[in-house]
Structure formats: structure tokens, C-alpha cells
Design a protein. Structure first.
Length: 342
């Protein structure tokens, strides 16, 4: 009886608060670092979660079309996995999701949802799981550690997963690095983008990618932006995915001629990502180049200038009665904030 009362009291304690989490988007691969390199970006999703007597899921914004409103929702399912691992039962949740990250565009929308759900649920139960446990769960759910690692820890992530355990090293991105994302107005599922990849590649291509991924990691760690135009090259996945994204080959080959340090496919695509030195950035020229290149293929794009995001999730815990308790999550944790390198 005492244990039952203790469990009930614990559920009551959980039910009193509301947790809001802001999670950065991410780009994965960065060219040759397939399923290994990731970087957080200053584009965000929000997850709000509290215990409830009945499950309710609210979607905000224009980027969540088709997301389930029942218990098949990914955020709900991941939250339940956290509760199960912690030995806590809380079946009913009030969840609000807002995302400025477009779905299935290669900017880590699913990774952000997974990380947001993990962190919100864990915070709701008193942070019973460690950051490492959350990272292992996120990697197992996403099946690769680059996006989830970037969203969970911020900055640049170099990670490896053997199917059992993931390990990572986090670095600050080089100072003075700007990011132009080019988002085509069509979706491309990760499954479709992976299905075009061959089961085997020539040894020379494998050596090319190992060498360029190693050079890229070292260049980013040492701030050698001058090496990126060479280090960002890839033969493992981008050449095979180019047929799915008209205009991609031209942008990857010619971006440096228009002032970029280099260009890559962001994750599985279709978003393209151009890295630019902030102090020497011909922004208008670059935007015109990518827009006109894609227009020639009959594809409209949205372009956005983003910064590397130095932090992982931001968390707000609100008790009932707090003046912000019922506010939309993006108003409690705004997208814009000043980041300081130390």
C-alpha cells in the first residue's frame, strides 16, 4: 500500500508542471561525413508537455501537416519510452508541438522531435535519465547519431554508432561561419533518399570519403575555413542522390565560384547547404545564384541565412499559476537569443 501511495504521489507531482523545450534543427553529413558529422542550426522546434487526465496533442505553425493527433504521434511515443525506462507510468499527456523546421527537407525535423520528446519527458519526471541515456535512446530511434547528437548537444558533432552504442565528440563550430540553406518546395523522405544508394562502392571512393571526412573534421576543429572547399567533397552519397534534386550538381560544383566556402546536401535532402565566411559573404550574389539555378529546373526554393547553434535544448519548467503557463511555447522560449562563445 505504501508503494502504491508513493507512486500516486509521484504521478501527482509530475502532473502539476508544464515543461517547454526548444530544440535546434540540424544538418547531417556535411558532405563526406555520412551518418557521422552533424551541426546544430539556428532554426527551432518546440515541445510542450504536461501530465493530463486525457491525451491531447496540439499542433502549431505551418510545418506539421499530417502529423498524428493521437497516441501514434512520435513525441507521445518517445515520451512513453522515457517513462518506461524510468519505471514511471504516465499514459495521458497534454502535448503541444510547434516547429519552424520544415518536414522531410533534410534539416533534422524528426531528430528535433525525438530530442524534444526525450528532454521534455525526462524533465517532467525529475531528470531521472542521464544525457548519455537520452543520446543512446535518440540514436536507436533515429538509427544514426549525427542529427540527434547535434540537436541534443548543440555545435558540431562527430559521432559513431555500431548498432549497440553511440559515442560522440562535440566541438564549437569555427567562428565566422555563416550558413545559407536552400529549401526546395518539395519533400524527400529519408527512406527514398537512402534507397538510391548502392550496397557497395569502389575502394577508391571509400578511400576518398575517409580522407575527406578526416580532413573536414580537422579543418573544422582548427578553424581552417580555407580547406572546406576541398574537404566538403563526397563520393559516397551525394552523386547518387543528385538525380532526385535537379540543380544540385551545379550548385555543389559552382558555389565556390560565387563566394561560398563550399556546398553540400543537408542530410538526405532536398535542402542544400552553403557554408560561407561571414566576414567575406556576397550574400545577394549567392542567393541569386542558387535561386536562378533551381529556377532553371522549374523548382521554387526558400532561402534562409542561419547561424550554427551553439547550444542544445533550452528548457522552461512552469508550475500551474505561472503567468506563462498557458502561453504558446515559442513565446515562452523565443527563437532569437544572443549566443556568446567562451
Amino acid at each position: 500500500m505504501g508503494q502504491e501511495l508513493g507512486a500516486i504521489e509521484q504521478d501527482l507531482r509530475v502532473s502539476k508542471g508544464r515543461v517547454i523545450v526548444k530544440i535546434p534543427a540540424s544538418t547531417a553529413n556535411l558532405g563526406p561525413g555520412f551518418d557521422t558529422l552533424g551541426m546544430a542550426l539556428s532554426l527551432y522546434a518546440w515541445v510542450s508537455m504536461s501530465a493530463s487526465e486525457i491525451t491531447k496533442i496540439t499542433l502549431l505553425g505551418d510545418n506539421l501537416t499530417g502529423v498524428p493527433l493521437d497516441k501514434s504521434n512520435l513525441v507521445y511515443e518517445v515520451a512513453q519510452a522515457v517513462f518506461h525506462k524510468a519505471g514511471i507510468e504516465q499514459k495521458e499527456l497534454d502535448i503541444t508541438i510547434r516547429s519552424d523546421i520544415p518536414l522531410t527537407r533534410g534539416l533534422g525535423s524528426s531528430a528535433a522531435a525525438i530530442v524534444g520528446a526525450l528532454v521534455a519527458a525526462n524533465t517532467l519526471i525529475g531528470s531521472k535519465l542521464t544525457d548519455d541515456e537520452l543520446f543512446q535512446m535518440a540514436t536507436a530511434l533515429e538509427k544514426h547519431p549525427d542529427n540527434v547528437g547535434a540537436s541534443l548537444f548543440g555545435g558540431l558533432i562527430v559521432a559513431a554508432w555500431d548498432g549497440v552504442r553511440a559515442e560522440y565528440i562535440r566541438m564549437d563550430p569555427p567562428a565566422g561561419l555563416d550558413v545559407l540553406v536552400v529549401i526546395p518546395e518539395f519533400e524527400l523522405s529519408t527512406k527514398k533518399a537512402r534507397n538510391v544508394l548502392p550496397e557497395q562502392i569502389p575502394l577508391s571512393d571509400a578511400v576518398f570519403n575517409v580522407s575527406h571526412s578526416s580532413l573536414l573534421t580537422a579543418a573544422l576543429a582548427m578553424g581552417r575555413l580555407d580547406l572546406l572547399r576541398y574537404a566538403l567533397r563526397d563520393k559516397l552519397h551525394q552523386p547518387y542522390r543528385a538525380a532526385l534534386i535537379p540543380g544540385m550538381t551545379t550548385i555543389l560544383q559552382d558555389a565556390s565560384k560565387h563566394g561560398a566556402l563550399g556546398a553540400v546536401l543537408s542530410g538526405a535532402g532536398p535542402t542544400l547547404l552553403l557554408l560561407v565566411e561571414a566576414s567575406d559573404s556576397p550574400r545577394e550574389q549567392l542567393v541569386n545564384f542558387v535561386t536562378e539555378t533551381m529556377a532553371k529546373e522549374g523548382i521554387k526554393v526558400t532561402t534562409r541565412w542561419l547561424d550554427p547553434c551553439l547550444h542544445g535544448p533550452r528548457i522552461a519548467t512552469l508550475e500551474q499559476g505561472h503567468p506563462d503557463f498557458l502561453r504558446e511555447p515559442q513565446l515562452v522560449l523565443p527563437a532569437t537569443e544572443v549566443e556568446v562563445r567562451v
